[in-house]
Design a protein around this ligand. Structure first.
Ligand SMILES: [Zn+2]
Length: 181
């Protein structure tokens, strides 16, 4: 951030009185601009033994497959956001279930939440952010072309838990790790 979103003056990075970390501060108007992690909301939407994935039409990870997911918007609940993203990215009508996984991704300042969901009919189609929306059985999952590690982790948990029919709330943290070539 270079300029104050409240008054347009240049901001400086400093530790405000009583705080313990640097914030973007605006001297002229006194605003302190806090930045906190963002929530990414998505669903594990299923039809019979298949899971709904979308092929991304946008960067990052253009052309890779993902569970429908996106950033939470102001004024919505986490479940509403997950259902909205599923509608927008896959054109899918769903019955939203319980929260299934919560994964911290501290190096990109995000927390990813995935909910269970059941597809209500087969009239889904890719939205503007997707090239394709498709149902995959476990042995069809394109593991080498999954867009994000949180999605891969959630899918692995899902297929593991499906064997027992028990779906406890899953959680973990993904730490930064340089991509191996
Ligand atoms: Zn200001």
């Amino acid at each position: 951030m270079k300029y104050c979103s409240a008054c347009g003056s240049p901001v400086t990075l400093e530790i405000p009185a009583g705080d313990n970390r640097e914030r973007h501060c605006c001297k002229p108007c006194g605003a302190i601009h806090y930045e906190n992690p963002k929530l990414v909301l998505g669903t594990v939407t299923v039809w019979e033994d298949k899971v709904l994935l979308c092929k991304r039409a946008i960067e990052p990870r253009y052309g890779y497959w993902t569970l429908p997911a996106g950033f939470m918007e102001n004024g919505e609940s986490t479940g509403e956001g997950a259902a909205r993203e599923t509608r927008e990215e896959a054109g899918a009508q769903i019955d939203l279930g319980a929260l299934y996984s919560i994964i911290d991704v501290p190096h990109v300042h995000q927390v990813h939440l995935f909910f269970h969901a059941r597809l209500l009919n087969l009239h889904f189609e890719p939205g503007t952010e997707s090239l394709e929306a498709r149902l995959f059985s476990e042995d069809e999952i394109p593991w080498q072309s999954i867009a994000f590690r949180t999605v891969e982790q959630t899918l692995r948990w899902y297929f593991e838990d499906r064997r027992t029919g028990n779906f406890p709330l899953r959680s973990s943290a993904i730490r930064y790790e340089a991509r191996k070539r």
